[in-house]
Design a protein around this ligand. Structure first.
Ligand SMILES: [Ca+2]
Length: 324
């Protein structure tokens, strides 16, 4: 009994030691990826006050629908009135292979009931008004929705942020707030009407991963909404922001957009690929290069631990027998 106990403790200690080494290695590998990423500002896809030039035009963006530009404050995609829809679309496609888009926005209004929300688009189509947060359905590319009105998603806290990859055929699932074709998403309670600048940061490394981080709880505190591996977006796609109000309304304001071209100075590792909850869930659904590697290491780790334990028990038993 004593032997079993002591071998159990020894094996546990060995397991702990190996685990510590293993996870240290994983965390280190992710952290040191960050300083190999460089960025170059993309002026063609960035927006800041006063938004328009002297001729009240924008060189890089078109505005439409009910959008109102207030040069010293915001681009209001919809005012807090029923049946409004507005849009802003880049004139040039986003052709960078890897990029980051950080934007500040504000969703606020008078009503106790409000909606419907706003969206960011990276799509082949541009400036087509429609029913999906002010843009056309059956899009090709990425739709990222900041949905403030729960149509029907029991058990989900709203506002809810969700991403969908459209192929030109799929329709946005309005009745269930995008559930049917959701790529990834997260609840963001407090995002609407937050008293700090609300920001989102979308990072894309081609054929590697797509990650969304949000800032709405505290200044300079980002929370990861999702990180999904093996995402491929159209190589030529326009950047758009749209919003829509139906029976319920809200102000949907775009404050600024900062786009960057990203490139990795380490050709063997094109992106940092931080692991988040959504990404871990996603990894169970699909096999990815990065996660295939992770899975292999886990298997090897379990095999090593098991082998070590069996070897240790055998050695102990042999030792015990030789003592008597
Ligand atoms: Ca909704």
């Amino acid at each position: 009994m004593k032997f079993l106990q002591s071998s159990g403790w020894s094996a546990a200690a060995w397991g702990l030691l190996i685990s510590a080494l293993f996870f240290t290695q994983v965390v280190t590998a992710q952290d040191d990826g960050d300083d190999t990423i460089k960025s170059v500002p993309l002026r063609t896809h960035s927006l800041s006050q006063p938004y328009l030039d002297q001729d009240l035009q924008s060189r890089w963006f078109d505005f439409g629908g009910d959008t109102v530009v207030r040069a010293d404050q915001y681009i209001r995609l919809t005012p807090d009135r029923q049946h409004q829809a507005g849009w802003v679309w880049s004139r040039l496609p986003l052709t960078a292979t890897n990029w980051e888009i950080e934007w500040e926005f504000k969703i606020h209004g008078q009503g106790n009931l409000y909606g419907d929300g706003m969206a960011l688009w990276i799509t082949k189509q541009r400036a087509l008004p429609g029913p999906v947060f002010g843009a056309a359905d059956n899009f090709e590319g990425l739709g990222l929705f900041f949905d403030t009105y729960k149509n029907n998603r029991p058990g989900v806290v709203f506002p809810y942020v969700s991403a969908m990859l459209g192929d030109g055929q799929k329709s946005y699932d309005h009745a269930h707030d995008g559930k049917e074709h959701e790529l990834a998403g997260c609840s963001a309670r407090g995002l609407r009407g937050s008293n700090i600048p609300t920001k989102a940061k979308l990072t894309y490394f081609q054929e590697n991963y797509l990650q969304l981080d949000l800032q709405y709880k505290n200044v300079d505190t980002w929370v990861q909404c999702f990180s999904v591996s093996n995402v491929t977006l159209p190589q030529v796609a326009y950047l758009g922001f749209t919003a829509h109000c139906g029976e319920l309304s809200d102000n949907h304001d775009l404050i600024s957009v900062e786009a960057k071209n990203l490139y990795s100075t380490n050709p063997t590792r094109p992106g940092p690929g931080k692991g988040g909850k959504a990404r871990k869930l996603r990894a169970k659904k699909q096999e990815g290069g990065g996660w295939g590697w992770f899975f292999m290491k886990m298997v090897l780790f379990v095999v090593a631990c098991g082998g070590g334990y069996i070897g240790f028990v055998a050695w102990k038993q042999k030792n015990q027998r030789s003592r008597f």
